[in-house]
Design a protein around this ligand. Sequence first.
Ligand code: ADP
Length: 554
Amino acid sequence: MKIKVSFQPLQRSIAVLLCFLLSPLSAPTFADDNNSSFDEPVGKITGLVSIATRNRTNSNIRDVVRAKDNLSTNTSGRMRIELHDGSILSVGSESELKIVKHNPATGETIGTVPRLGRAETRQAIEAAERAFPAWRKKTAKERAAIMRHWFDLMMANQEDLAKLMTTEQGKPLTESKGEVAYAASFLEWFGEEAKRIYGDTIPSHQADKRIVVTKEPIGVVACITPWNFPLAMITRKAGPAIAAGCTVVLKPASQTPFSALALAELAERAGVPNGVFNVITGAASEIGGELTSNPIVRKLSFTGSTETGKLLMAQCASTVKKLSLELGGNAPFIVFDDADLDAAVEGAITSKYRNTGQTCVCANRLLVQDAVYDAFATKLADAVKKLKPANGLEPGATQGPLIDDRAVEKVESHISDATSKGATVLVGGKRHALGGRFFEPTVLTNVTPAMAIAREETFGPVAPLFHFKSEADAIALANDTEFGLASYFYGRDIGRIWRVAEALEYGIVGINTGLISTEVAPFGGVKESGIGREGSKYGIEEFLEIKYLCIGGI
Ligand code: ADP
């Protein structure tokens, strides 16, 4: 298989190109300035995806990433990007080897990425293995400097990365901008944190011995990420891994490959050496099969569905890989009768409707105490009516489309199941007049545990309101699930705040807030929501091994 990059004549002054190599053994080949066309295979290894630039100092990600009008495919199925200077960049794979990516808001084709498989994944893993010794040898300060540069480049290109994200994922531009900053924060935080990977000395059990504990990077790390946070889910894994001295092979979601590729471009511009951060797009089960069975890979960090997580966990068993899994949730959002209802509504809007309800920490069940049920429902309905579904690039949009048709069907099925069993639609309840994958932000009342929405993650803009009587009822209802990622509650009584916080079987508890994500805090779940934590001082530990040195004959 050959993956080619071609430029049309005349237009190469900025000449940004997508090429497919990160192996330390193979350098990119660039056309010289006098050539008017460039149609050679780029690099010797075709399976590894990265973006390289001919003129790193002057070019800007803006040249690569532009709003949807400038992203299109030509007849050969290659992605065509118009650069700021009017030049045309054509990238992509041979037509039979591509994944076609559509804009979820418009259905238009954005472009294609290579459909790579097992062999190319193995090449990527081997490239990461070759890069590992030199990268781990660098001092933490040296690695931190590169990561800081990577962070700076993300922030300098925040607007363009956000436009790309909205185009391929659908979320409103303001949310995309927020995510770019959130994603970048993991590079900054973990670059610094690498300087604080401390070991231990332990008082010895024998007079002539000394006990020392050191920490080492685990080695080659595989990351598999979802589409709902196309950048942040990557940097939350690759950030600590790379900071710790590991090298990474990343498989981004097929729905959002371009953000991952843009991130790889910025990594390269920041000075992340070849082979340290490899991005591979293509067939999930083939790539996943190689990542989980190849003995060179020492760790898998996955975010996605519980079903896929269980499969990958089983696949990792044969080579006993270390695992971090961030899986599904079924978050309760409890409103006690002493809650500040306006604050609770604000928190519910943030937690439930952010990213059109497509986050694993979205409130999935709103449990409201009887005395405030009607008042809360009315206030929430009023706030939901003010939400604005629209193409995420439109000013004022607050609700983008759902990611695909399957997602729309799931939302519909949860609503029809609930209403058939006695729930009432207070607001919304159907596909939006905009058509396509837009759905009306919805509030359901009189929802009960007998309905599917009580047990399954809806992953859409539907707030189901359950009744409860007492604190004990709320806790029992909240914990009645196999999931245990995020939970939320609103109330003012200090004794109850402690009791409920301690009783909730969840990795994360938001108390009087609907927004809990930050790079400085540990994110992760219990029960079937996963294993391990991301972010914070705990997050870097996931990519380290402990080594115990026992020194005798002292
Ligand atoms: P979602 O429902 O959010 O798409 P998935 O668990 O299906 O959740 O997908 C999360 C990530 O896992 C994506 O990158 C997807 O391509 C990948 N994935 C899905 N199935 C497999 C598999 N069998 N092996 C490896 N990766 C997979």
